[in-house]
Design a protein around this ligand. Structure first.
Ligand SMILES: CC(C)(COP(=O)(O)OP(=O)(O)OC[C@H]1O[C@@H](n2cnc3c(N)ncnc32)[C@H](O)[C@@H]1OP(=O)(O)O)[C@@H](O)C(=O)NCCC(=O)NCCS
Length: 274
């Protein structure tokens, strides 16, 4: 038990970028400082301190059309099971309610245990997969540069709301690429420990798989992808290509569903961004 209990919830800003990074790194997560800077500058990030030490965070990231994402819910190991995550998620929900936002999140199994009792309802499921070394599958499928406007338009169809601000920020980072193949399109970006593929939009699973195959054979990994579980052919195709499933995420929603996505993506932008 720590000598001093954390007191009160504080708002965090970009000056806290290194302190928040320590929490996501402790959890083994893939976020880098650019990810955190996006939350700290575009969202509302709440934290709790124990003296000068930041011990917990939670972020609310407003999108468009009355939707927002809650993420980066992190409590350092020696402060868990004292209700801190519950208080911080409550702070996010209150901030969302003040702005009339429906909130979404992609929960780890531990996180889902916190959010269920708060009133979040499960929607779709994801699987996080990792690839260290691509298999040689013969001919490398074609890979072309994609276009931000086209990616944002397809992403909006899949999500049910526009995320062009997020996708523009991702694509402007030095390690990012937008790539396309046969009716498939994806964004690739750097993470702390692995390159991340997503969002990935395509008409069919074979097109999505060919694009992933082309990506992983065009540069060095390791790679992470967050596949939509209901895209069964895509998921089993990734496993056949040597990807391993690391963990599940449960998408959950708090508040009314005000959107109607046209077609689910094959892979999302990441559980922290949806
Ligand atoms: C998940 C996490 C944020 C929970 O933080 P916390 O401050 O310990 O959560 P709380 O104390 O508010 O928990 C509230 C309730 O949720 C449930 N709960 C929390 N952690 C749990 C766990 N590991 N297993 C089962 N139930 C859990 C319990 O019912 C708990 O109430 P109780 O302690 O009275 O039994 C923390 O364990 C963590 O940082 N984990 C690693 C990162 C992570 O997975 N974050 C969630 C991302 S979606």
């Amino acid at each position: 038990m720590a000598a001093t209990e954390p007191v009160g919830i504080v708002g965090l800003d970009v000056d806290d970028a290194q302190a928040v990074m320590m929490l996501s790194t402790e959890a083994g997560w893939n976020q880098n400082e650019a990810d955190w800077r996006f939350f700290l500058s575009r969202g509302a990030v709440f934290g709790m301190r124990n003296g000068a030490r930041l011990v917990a965070t939670a972020a609310l990231l407003p999108y468009s059309a009355g939707n927002a994402w809650i993420s980066m819910v992190l409590v350092t190991a020696d402060f868990r099971r004292r209700g801190i995550a519950t208080k911080l998620v409550d702070a996010c929900l209150n901030a969302a309610a003040r702005r009339g936002l429906t909130t979404w999140l992609d929960a780890t199994p531990d996180g889902a245990a916190v959010y269920g009792p708060l009133g979040f309802e499960p929607t779709l499921q994801l699987r996080r997969l990792r690839l260290t070394k691509p298999q040689d599958t013969g001919t490398i499928p074609s890979l072309s540069d994609g276009n931000l406007d086209a990616l944002a338009a397809r992403d909006a169809g899949a999500m049910g709301f526009d995320r062009s601000t997020l996708l523009a920020e991702f694509s402007a980072r030095s390690g990012s690429r937008i790539v396309s193949g046969d009716r498939a399109m994806a964004l690739i970006r750097d993470g702390r420990t692995a390159r991340h593929i997503g969002p990935l939009l395509a008409d069919r699973a074979d097109q999505a798989l060919a694009l992933v195959d082309a990506i992983v054979r065009s540069e060095t990994g390791p790679w992470l992808i967050d596949a939509v579980y209901s895209q069964e052919e895509f998921l089993s195709g990734l496993v056949a290509l040597g990807w391993t499933i690391e963990r599940p995420f449960q998408r959950m929603r708090f508040g009314p569903a005000a959107i109607s996505p046209v077609q689910p993506p094959f892979a999302v932008a990441g559980p922290e961004f949806g």
